[in-house]
Design a protein around this ligand. Structure first.
Ligand SMILES: Nc1ncnc2c1ncn2[C@@H]1O[C@H](COP(=O)(O)OP(=O)(O)OP(=O)(O)O)[C@@H](O)[C@H]1O
Length: 646
């Protein structure tokens, strides 16, 4: 073992800087050092890359549930687990199914919060804080990727978001190509990711793309939950080989969970944390696992995968009357005999406190990339784009033919009002189309922003910028078909105002749905919530329930109704239009308003309680609604980003 290796382990133990290291720390340092480490390479990498991180988990216990009067309903998911993950190494968290591997990975990566988590985590000797999440990458067990982007596009967007602006586009593209080659994705680089409805790349390839997305910016610390699941043995070996090289060559710290690794794969792993029912039953160099079990009284047969053997022993003990307790107690005693894993370090170690540069790129650059990605996804999502365009155009044509060329009669009034109400309600009630698409995107958003890929504000603005032109196209297409068929107020200004209003209704309705999409856990609840909220806004818009009949405690709902403002805007636009305002609608005096006219546009607006506020004032209020919902959407997303397992 080189002096460097001993020293860095001692650093981890919080002993660096002490004039004399005591025996326990040195034992600890020796225990922490893996024999298989290519010391020169790691030492060299430390020289080149100052940002290397060592993690220490100290006596971590995680319980869920609560203690009740009748007894404890608590479940212990992690029980007094301590471990160390060093730069330049791979630490694998292993154990039978349900042992707590993913839970431990969540804990050490800062994804578990709250009073149920006991013990502590140190990063280079300093307590782990929120900034740590930004400098580390986390590859989840579920692949959360945009199904309509190709492999190359997916990796390129990740590179554009996560690599610094100082890198040229060519350098970023080169990094993407290198990642594609390293992960063996060349043959499917231009294939779309796909999903249940549209077949794309295979499950194993998806796994590798997910890893690539988080590898591309070369994070200092990388957590991977089951990176080899769904991969054949060669592909699994390639992935772990890539991680191994990354750890060695660049001094990265890698922590992963893994199920039954093969012999060859195990050789690439430096350190193991073996868990059984949430308790540690071995922690140390991979090569030491056999010895540990030998000391426990179980002799590993030669040429047998040591980990497989250990898992078999655990399973056998679990079936026995005394359970795994003897092994847990033995392992604890071994750990204690070796000395404390680390002394709590009050001061940050020489490797430095974790420093997370907030974001790799500027707000403008993030916005540009997110708009580019959002536009591609929207254009390729048929339910959002083509289908919605076709539905709105068809609906507009049906409406136009139903109220074709209505005149200036009482029926004309009814038809105009019905047309306006139908336009608003059909848009508001069909806006939930965005919900399922957004809920899928939300998972990707959380994955990306929780690791500091971009600002939440950039995402919110990009969402609006991507949708706005698309909604303008829908509004123009819809109005161009039915507005003239119905024979609404003639003239450029009323028509353009009508288009503007329809556009705003589409935008506000979409923002309203996005806001709920950031709150609700699933599509069903989201649909119900949006539907009922919209239905009550409709009821309380003032059209069905006159303002004076609404109980005082529901008046607030009238003023925040998403129907009220566009309804008044469009009614005023129609009945105050130059060509309509002097028309008589009583059916007798069809023509200009005369003293005998019994139904003037003023009477109509008065009866509908509209026109009291200028249409541009209502427009201003409606635009304010858009900003308010966008802001709430932003706040809810921020909550999602910072959400941790409680
Ligand atoms: N929210 C929860 N409520 C109750 N039990 C939970 C909860 N989360 C996890 N568990 C339980 O905690 C244990 C550890 O779960 P975890 O997912 O960490 O195991 P694992 O070792 O990663 O399993 P696998 O290899 O099957 O993925 C399991 O028994 C699981 O059922």
């Amino acid at each position: 073992m080189s002096p460097f290796d001993v020293e860095s382990a001692a650093v981890l133990a919080g002993q660096l800087g002490a004039p004399e290291r005591n025996g326990a720390a040195l034992i600890d340092a020796h225990m922490l050092s893996g024999d298989s480490i290519n010391e020169m390479a790691v030492a060299e990498s430390v020289k080149q890359h100052q940002k290397t991180y060592d993690l220490l988990a100290q006596k971590v216990t995680y319980k869920i549930g609560s203690k009740t009067a009748e007894g404890s309903r608590q479940k212990i998911l992690l029980n007094d687990v301590s471990t160390v993950a060093r730069h330049g190494e791979i630490l694998a968290v292993v154990g039978p199914s349900g042992a707590g591997k993913s839970t431990f990975l969540d804990a050490i990566s800062g994804r578990i919060d709250g009073s149920d988590l006991e013990g502590g985590f140190l990063v280079n000797g300093a307590p782990m804080d929120a900034s740590f999440r930004r400098l580390s990458g986390y590859v989840m067990q579920d692949d959360q990727l945009y199904p309509l982007l190709s492999v190359r596009e997916t990796l390129m967007f990740s590179a554009r978001l996560r690599l610094p602006s100082s890198m040229s586009a060519a350098e970023k593209a080169a990094r993407v190509e290198k990642t594609i080659a390293e992960l063996g994705l060349a043959s499917c680089a231009d294939t779309r990711i796909g999903n249940e409805s549209a077949r794309g790349i295979s499950g194993g390839e998806k796994r590798r793309v997910s890893i690539g997305v988080d590898l591309i910016h070369d994070p200092s610390v990388l957590f991977l939950d089951e990176p080899t699941s769904g991969l054949d043995s060669t592909a699994a070996l390639n992935v772990v080989q890539t991680l191994h090289t990354m750890a060695r060559a660049r001094g990265r710290t890698i922590v992963l969970t893994i199920h039954q690794p093969s012999f060859r794969l195990l050789a690439l792993i430096d350190r193991l944390l073996l868990l059984a029912r949430g308790s540690p039953v071995y922690h140390g160099p991979t090569a030491g696992l056999g010895d540990h079990f030998r000391r426990f009284g179980r002799h590993v047969v030669a040429h047998v995968n040591q980990l497989e053997f250990a898992l078999d022993v655990i399973e056998e003990l679990e079936q026995s009357p005394e359970g795994i307790e003897p092994l847990v107690a033995f392992s604890r005693a071994q750990l204690e005999a070796a000395g404390p894993l680390a002394r709590a370090a009050a001061a940050p170690s020489a490797l430095g406190r974790p420093r997370a540069d907030k974001f790799a790129t500027s707000f403008a650059s993030q916005l540009w990339v997110l708009c580019d990605r959002g536009a591609r996804n929207t254009l390729r999502t048929k339910e959002l784009f083509t289908a919605r365009l076709v539905i709105l155009c068809t609906s507009s044509f049906i409406l136009g033919s139903l109220f074709f060329r209505i005149g200036y009669t009482p029926f004309g009034v009814q038809a105009r009002v019905s047309y306006i109400i139908f336009v608003i309600s059909s848009i508001l009630f069909t806006s939930t189309q965005t919900l399922p698409v957004f809920l899928e995107e939300r998972l990707i958003f959380v994955r990306e922003t929780s690791r500091g890929a971009y600002r939440t504000s950039a995402f919110v603005v990009a969402q609006q910028l991507v949708y706005a032109p698309f909604f303008l196209l829908l509004a123009v297409a819809f109005c161009a078909i039915s507005y003239f068929m119905v024979g609404m107020a003639a003239g450029t200004e009323p028509f353009l105002f009508f288009v503007l209003s329809v556009w705003l209704v589409l935008i506000v309705a979409n923002t309203f749905v996005l806001f709920w999409g950031a709150v609700v856990p699933n599509v069903i609840r989201g649909n119900i919530l949006v539907f009922y909220a919209t239905a009550y806004f409709w009821l309380l818009s003032g059209f069905f329930t006159p303002l004076q009949t609404i109980p005082w405690y529901w008046i607030w709902a009238h003023y925040i109704s998403t129907f009220k403002y566009p309804l008044e805007m469009l009614l005023e636009n129609e009945f105050h239009a130059p060509g309509v305002t002097n028309r008589c609608f009583d059916g007798v005096n069809d023509g200009l308003v005369t003293p005998n006219c019994t139904l003037t546009p003023g009477d109509i607006l008065g009866g509908l309680k509209a026109g009291g506020v200028h249409k541009w004032v209502n427009t201003g209020i409606y635009v304010a609604f858009f900003f308010a919902y966008s802001f709430f959407f932003y706040l809810m997303l921020l909550r999602q980003t910072n959400k941790t397992r409680k």
